[in-house]
Design a protein around this ligand. Structure first.
Ligand code: SF4
Length: 346
């Protein structure tokens, strides 16, 4: 039988209690993240001439980089593919025709505060207005999170919306980063989603297990393991160097409780727009028990034009990649077209 369902990758060794991160470690790391361009330049030993540009970009979208992510960068290298994703630049002030603040037209699809309903079978809930890391290319870098942070009463309205639509099969927790919310809040929400009979799946879109692997601690595993819903986590990793031993251990903990792990990347100039980087990324993802899912064409968001890779180049890279990888390690190259009934393959 031909199926397009992602397979569940099993790990052979269950993690013991001693492998779990210390409770509260992730909140301390989140609170201690680098939030200042000068501190980032100093931490990476960068040339001070980069600082004025970094400060002007920071004024538009603040710097946020957890230490666990910074330590995977090569000191002194402004072209490091991880640093490129988080270092603000003067170029973010450039005005580029065709670049907008809401490239996916999400405002059009906001059915309730914090609830985006684009596709018939699934809804996206903004479970947290913040991220653990601020990625310079983010298509939500201008998203009005404060207009979309629901109160408890508004969450009840959103849950009523889900209960009333039997076509829905999947709830997607997104953000910001949903795992930036507390375990208490997430457990409250997931318990209520669990009680909606027509929902089959819970999907989380998160970068936290990558940038602060200690986020995958006992408290998270407890509420996530308790739901009857099938669990899918879509991670966001753009380069093989993002995956270190701590990330692999966090992935093992998630897989051990039955979470299917997928990855989506964005094709980004100067980060992964060459076939060697894309090949290494797919190989490394599989070593970590994660299946490549989507390679997103760049979304034209104001402030990030310097990351743009045109569609012809992206298609050429994917064609070359196909000659190097088995089909199950090939991410689908897609673009999200505002108003489309699904993602559009390129
Ligand atoms: S939503 Fe995702 S891509 Fe955007 S800044 Fe947060 S972690 Fe990065």
């Amino acid at each position: 039988m031909i199926t397009r369902s992602p397979m569940l990758l099993h790990c052979s060794q269950p993690p013991g209690d001693r492998d779990l991160p210390e409770t509260g470690a992730w909140q301390r790391q989140l609170a201690g993240a680098i939030r200042d361009p000068r501190a980032l330049c100093q931490r990476l030993g960068l040339d001070p001439s980069l600082l004025p540009g970094a400060e002007s970009g920071h004024a538009l979208f603040e710097v946020r980089v957890p230490e666990a992510f910074a330590r995977r960068m090569h000191p002194g290298d402004p072209a490091d593919p991880l640093l490129r994703q988080v270092l603000p630049l003067e170029a973010e002030s450039d005005i580029s025709p065709g670049y907008v603040t809401d490239p996916l037209d999400e405002a059009e699809h906001t059915a309730r505060r914090g609830l985006i309903h684009k596709y018939a079978s699934r809804v996206l809930l903004i479970a947290s207005p913040t991220c653990a890391i601020n990625c310079r290319y983010c298509f939500r870098r201008h998203f009005p999170y404060h207009d979309n942070a629901p109160s408890r009463a508004q969450w009840d309205e959103s849950l009523d919306y889900l209960r009333a639509d039997p076509q829905l099969r999947e709830a997607i927790l997104s953000g910001g980063d949903p795992l930036a919310a507390s375990d208490r809040q997430l457990a409250w929400l997931v318990e209520r989603l669990d009680a909606i009979p027509h929902l089959k799946r819970l999907r989380l879109h998160s970068r936290l297990p990558v940038v602060i692997p200690d986020r995958v601690d006992g408290a998270l595993l407890d509420w996530l393991a308790s739901t009857r819903l099938q669990k899918v986590m879509v991670l966001h990793i753009n380069h093989a160097n993002e995956i270190d031993d701590a990330v692999i251990a966090a992935c093992n903990r998630l897989r051990h409780i039955g979470v299917t792990l997928l990855n989506q990347s964005v094709i980004l100039r100067g980060v992964n727009d060459d076939v060697d980087s894309l090949e290494q990324l797919s190989e490394r993802l599989f070593e970590a028990g994660i299946l490549p899912y989507y390679l997103h064409a760049f979304d034209p968001v104001v402030g990030a034009a310097h990351f743009d890779v045109d569609d012809a180049r992206a298609q050429q890279l994917v064609a070359e990649l196909r000659t190097r990888l088995p089909g199950f390690l090939m991410p689908a190259l897609v673009r999200e077209v505002p108003g489309g009934a699904s993602k559009t393959p390129l």
